[in-house]
Design a protein around this ligand. Structure first.
Ligand code: NDP
Length: 460
């Protein structure tokens, strides 16, 4: 073994030992935070090449600093339902990292929300936000509240109570929440109204995803889904092909899924299946997006109602089986851990060529590994679904300048941002010796900028 290889071996061992020791500490501190530990492990494993090359990160103990949230807020959300009963939910805001700018990340209302889910989402948000090139830190919030089946009045009362505590922790230069699962324009509107009332000031930049008439950006609703498809297009360019005439399956039928389907169809793809948490619909000739929008957006219905309008389609009562549908491109756009090893193997058996994450962490670690081993092009969430938060940052910029850009202007910037993200991710993967591995590339490109900035800002 020559001297250089020997030195590299030592550096690698030192990096692995350091990363493992920090991971063990995280595990000991929060052993029950399954999702957070899962996201931490995926992140840490992909950072080994960074720590081999940059000993200075070890000297600054950057990993242990980065993995501990700057602040975690947990609070009671009491509200009164339509029958006059007092209900209590638990609210959270995880303000994870403010090296690059005010904390930024969505609010999720879903019964599965807990601290582990909030922390994993906030952690991945840091590096996603860094990748966008916009001046925003990372955070996430939410409540274990189930909006399903609630009346509009109940939703309003809940949002107002949630904001009654949250307002003291946020602000246009402090922390800027947005929507996520269960939180759309309506909820953002109710929360903004309450914030305005409590603060006694019109601070448009405190929330993003707002309505168009009070500071919302054109193109924000579409941004995550459209951005995901712009990212897919960049991946396909590398293989000298496009999305045109490709068969696509998309899980979910919410904001991200609908707009990913919309852009894919506009670019000539055939979307044959989508789902909700009850089941999935399939039509080999292509689904009608107009009908899906009518059911899910206008009527708030269930995806199986699609068959009322298109009896030629099929409905299957098990959402997870959507991954058994043959397709060139699979876009998990619903929720975390929806593609496990079994689902990944179904996709591979059916010759899937591209899997891109529209949702946050929809693929388990094992699923990602088999995609990469089998040569499936894999686009990780941190990069592929960053379009939503990127346009949120554009919304903040418009609010600060009291300006309003056209849809075309925003969409053009979104496309540029997605192309830049793709290039930066590919370059980082190449530079650190993992060509083609976009998971490693995205984590490294997102991480190094945050880590370098934290070092510049001192131990704070
Ligand atoms: P929505 O609430 O608008 O939609 C979620 C969709 O997923 C619904 O159709 C829901 O169905 C479905 N769903 C939930 N669980 C399952 C399941 N187990 N199997 C199949 N379908 C399921 O949320 P968004 O579209 O906004 O968010 C989706 C994902 O994208 C989340 O991971 C979110 O964090 C991520 N994301 C969202 C961004 C945004 O801008 N909105 C930005 C970046 C990431 P049902 O109606 O039955 O609940």
């Amino acid at each position: 073994m020559n001297r250089q290889t020997y030195a590299e071996g030592i550096a690698e061992q030192e990096a692995i030992d350091y990363i493992n020791s920090v991971y063990e500490k995280v595990k000991q501190r929060d052993p029950h935070e399954t999702e957070f530990l899962q996201a931490t492990k995926i992140l840490f494993d992909s950072l080994i090449p960074v720590f081999v090359k940059n000993r200075t990160y070890i000297e600054h103990n950057i990993l242990e600093r980065i993995i501990e949230p700057e602040r975690v807020i947990s609070f009671r959300v009491p509200w009164v339902d339509d029958e006059g009963n007092v209900q209590v939910n638990r609210g959270y805001r995880v303000q994870f990292n403010s090296a690059l700018g005010p904390y930024k990340g969505g609010i999720r209302f879903h019964p599965t929300v807990n601290l582990s889910v909030m922390k994993f989402l906030a952690l991945t948000q840091i590096f996603k936000n860094s990748l966008t090139g916009q001046p925003i830190g990372g955070g996430k919030g939410g409540a274990d509240f189930d909006p399903k089946g609630k009346s509009d009045q109940e939703i309003m009362r809940f949002c107002q109570s949630f904001m009654t505590e949250l307002y003291r922790h946020i602000g246009p230069d402090i922390d800027v929440p947005a929507g996520d699962i269960g939180v759309g324009k309506r909820e953002i509107g109710y929360m903004f109204g309450q914030y305005k009332r409590l603060r006694g000031a019109y601070e448009a930049g405190v929330l993003t995803g707002k309505g168009i008439h009070y500071g919302g950006s054109l193109g924000r609703t579409e941004a995550t889904g459209y951005g995901t498809i712009y990212f897919v297009e960049e991946m396909l360019k590398e293989k000298r092909t496009t999305i045109k005439n490709k068969t696509v399956i998309t899980s979910g039928s919410g904001n991200v899924a609908i707009h990913a389907m919309e852009k894919a169809i506009q670019l000539g793809a055939r979307v044959v299946a989508c789902s909700d948490s009850n089941g999935y619909i399939y039509d080999k000739n292509g689904l009608s997006l107009q009908t899906i929008k009518r059911i899910k957006i206008d009527e708030g219905g269930r995806i199986k109602e699609y068959l009322n309008y298109h009896p030629e389609a099929e409905y299957f009562d098990d959402a997870k089986q959507i991954w058994s549908v043959p397709a060139d491109i699979a876009l998990p756009c619903a929720t975390q851990n929806e593609i496990d090893l079994e689902a990944a193997n179904m996709l591979i058996e059916n010759n899937v060529k591209v899997v891109v994450e529209g949702a946050n962490m929809p693929c388990t670690r094992e699923a990602i590994d088999v995609f990469i081993e089998n040569g499936v092009l894999f686009g990780p969430a941190q990069a592929a679904n960053a379009g939503g938060v990127a346009v949120s940052a554009l919304e903040m910029a418009q609010n600060s300048a009291r300006l309003k850009w056209t849809f075309e202007e925003v969409d053009k910037q979104l496309k540029n941002i997605m192309q830049t993200i793709y290039r930066n991710v590919v370059n980082a993967a190449n530079e650190y010796g993992h060509p083609g591995n976009l998971v490693v590339g995205a984590n490294i490109a997102g991480f190094t900028k945050v880590a370098d900035t934290m070092i510049e800002q001192g131990v704070v």
